[in-house]
Write a protein that binds this ligand. Sequence first.
Ligand code: 3HC
Length: 288
Amino acid sequence: MSNVSHIAVIGAGTMGSGIALTSALAGKKCTLIDVQAPQLENARSYHEKQLSKLVAKEKLTSEEASHAQSLLDYTTEMSDASSADWAIEAATENVEVKKKLFQLMRDAFGEDVVLATNTSSISISDLASAVEGAEQRVIGMHFFNPVPVMKLVEVIKGANTSEATTNATVELSEGLGKIPVPANDFAGFVSNRVLMPMINEAFHAWDDGVADPEAIDSIMKLGCAFPMGPLRLADYIGLDVCRDIMMVMYNGLNENPKYLPNQKLVDLVEAGKLGDKSGSGVYDYKKE
Ligand code: 3HC
C-alpha cells in the first residue's frame, strides 16, 4: 500500500479537482474521473490556471508546472485508471450515489487498493457496507477547500478499516504535504460537527434580523479572526453542500432539531442559489 504513485480521483468537482492538483504537485500521477465531460474540462482549466499562477509567482518553474500537468489525466471511464494504486471518491454528498461508486471502484481497481472517500459527513462504516469483502480498505480522507492550500486531512476509520489502511492513509496524506488528524465515525466527524452549526446559526442570525450578511461576516472576521465570514464561507463551500451536511447530521445524530438547516438556507438552495458555483447565493457574484 505504501509508495503510492498513481491516484484515481472519482468526481471532478471543486474537491476532486483540488485533490488531483495537490496529488500532481506532490509528484503523483493522477487520473480524474467524472461521468460529465464538462466537469473534466472545468477541472483541466482550473489546473492550468493554478499552475500558471504558481509559475507567475515563481513558486514553480515552467518545467515543473508542465511536469505536474503531464501527471494529470482526465477521463469519463473508470477503467482508464485501472492501474491506479489508490482511489479517492469525491462525488456528490449522497449516500446512494457514493455506495454505487464504491461498488464500481471495488471492481475497477486492484485487490489491495485503498478505497478512500472525501465524504464530509456520511458514515464510513455505512459506505463500507456496500463493498462486502473490501470493508477493510475503506477509509475517510476528508480534505478541505481549497485543497492545495488547506493543511488538514481528517482521517476517519470505519468499523472494519484495517490498521494497514489507516497507516497508509496517514503516510499518503503526509506525502501530499498535508497534516492528517484522526476523528471517529460520527455524522459530520469533527470538522463539520463544529463548522456547520456555526454557519447555520449565522443564517438564523440573518433570518432573525440580528444583522445583515455583510455585518455578520465582518463581525466574525474582525472580531474572531476568521479568514472569511460564515455566510461568505457558506457560499464558498456551496449552500447545497451546507444543507446536505446539516441533514446528514440531523438524520445521523438522533434527529436532534438543532441540526435542521435554517429555512433561509433551504430556500436559497431551492431557488438554485448555491453560492459561488452558481453565481449567487447569500451574495451576488455575477459580473456587471
Ligand atoms: N486553489 C489553489 N490555491 C488557491 C485557491 C484555490 N482554489 N484559492 C486561493 N488559493 C491560494 C492563492 O493562490 C494564494 O496563494 P499564495 O499565498 O501562494 O499567493 C493563497 O491561496 C491565498 O489566496 P488569496 O490571496 O487569493 O486570498 P485569501 O488570502 O483571502 O485566501 C482562502 C483565500 C485561502 C480561501 C481564505 O479565505 C480561507 O482560508 N478561507 C477559509 C477557507 C475554509 O474555511 N475552508 C474550509 C471549508 S470547509 C470544507 O472544505 C469541508 C467540507 O466538508 C465542507
